[in-house]
Design a protein around this ligand. Sequence first.
Ligand code: CA
Length: 226
Amino acid sequence: MTGHHILIVEDETDIAEILRDYLVKEGYRVSILENGQEVIPFVRNQSPALILLDIMLPGMDGKTLLKGIRTFSDVPVIMITARVEEIDRIIGFELGADDYVCKPFSPREVVVRVAAVLRRAVGTGRENRLSFGSVALDRDSRQVTVKGHQVNLTVSEFDILACMLASPGTVFTRARLIETVQGYSFDGYERTIDFHIKNLRKKIAHHLPGRTFIKSDYGVGYKLVE
Ligand code: CA
């Protein structure tokens, strides 16, 4: 995973520099931007492999930026927030963040997450077309169609769907999904799966109105149904 270009958007210089030092030590190329206004032109021109995006920024806040970025790019984004209460909104409001970290964080943990998100984004190289009912997924092109309509998913949504499509009808616990999808598990992150599932359902239902495709198995987890 070395050599990837990581963009850190963070106006607290100390935090940005610590993150940069850790990431550079792992072999990444790192750019830092402090002002929100600079981000979209930079992303368009430089196409970073991953963005660490602080929410509270001068110029333009992180959430507005993420919405803007998502209009033209699927680049993996890890949000940085100082407020735990914002997590629901980051993941739940279809902003399309792939993960988040809360301040204060350990730079080591951030490096682990960057590597995990990049690993997922770059893909496993497995040759695989999966389908169930009206939903089809291609691991190579990372494309998903519902009734033939292309659906844009975040990296996390795609990986959850790929995991479930590999074994339709099986009940997947949150713990299993988060492990499959992230390759690691930290306490308290299982509910992010619920938000990703909620978003996935919404996107699939857009082309399958009134139908249940991802069913909650109450108290256990989720499974696909036709
Ligand atoms: Ca800030």
